[in-house]
Design a protein around this ligand. Structure first.
Ligand SMILES: [Cu+2]
Length: 191
């Protein structure tokens, strides 16, 4: 009896092992199918704003993207001042034009606050913005965050190239902007 019991037990043990192995294979296949079929949302990049950088005291991480790809950017203002996010192609051109305009408006007797809110500066932002930002259900060329505020924006690029994201808020050492103090980073868009 004991011998036949041992004989019967051996194949049953192998069967258990076989079933376990089969179960592992089935689980692996199901998991792989789930991963492949899961809707892949837009890539998310988190940028924390400080004086005067993104994710640190200066500069910002380089972001890589493909033409037509939607990127979701979560902006968190962790600084002590208001900060802005916008994307330009020609950073030097934008900052030079901005400096010139600020000097002109300053010569007219406008103070920092009036210049910041002026239509002329708004037009410059609009002219140099290289990518529109989807903020909620609105298209904007820039977005401004108060201290402690969080905002999610999505954007995509139609042309390859090197772009710059930056904060063009005026600084207390007016007429310099936060971008002049290093608050910018690159976005490399490949075709
Ligand atoms: Cu700023």
């Amino acid at each position: 009896m004991a011998a036949s019991g041992a004989k019967a037990g051996a194949p049953s043990g192998r069967r258990v092992l076989l079933l376990a192995a089969l179960a592992i294979v089935v689980i692996a296949v199901v998991a792989a199918v789930f991963i492949l079929l899961a809707p892949s949302g837009p890539r998310e990049v988190r940028l924390e704003m400080y004086e005067f950088g993104f994710n640190g005291p200066t500069g910002g991480p380089a972001i890589r993207a493909k033409v037509g790809e939607t990127i979701r950017i979560v902006l968190v203002n962790r600084g002590g001042a208001e900060h802005e996010f916008m994307v330009v192609g020609d950073k030097d051109g934008f900052l030079n034009a901005l400096h010139q305009k600020i000097s002109e408006l300053k010569a007219k007797g406008m103070d920092e606050d009036e210049i910041e809110k002026s239509e002329e500066l708004e037009e410059l932002h609009h002219h140099y913005a290289a990518a529109m930002l989807m903020v909620g259900d609105k298209m904007e060329h820039d977005v401004v965050l108060e201290r402690g505020e969080t905002e999610t924006v999505t954007l995509r690029f139609d042309s390859p190239g090197t772009y710059h994201y930056l904060c063009a808020e005026l600084d207390l050492t007016f007429p310099e902007t936060h971008a002049d103090r290093g608050m910018s980073g690159t976005i490399v868009v490949e075709g």
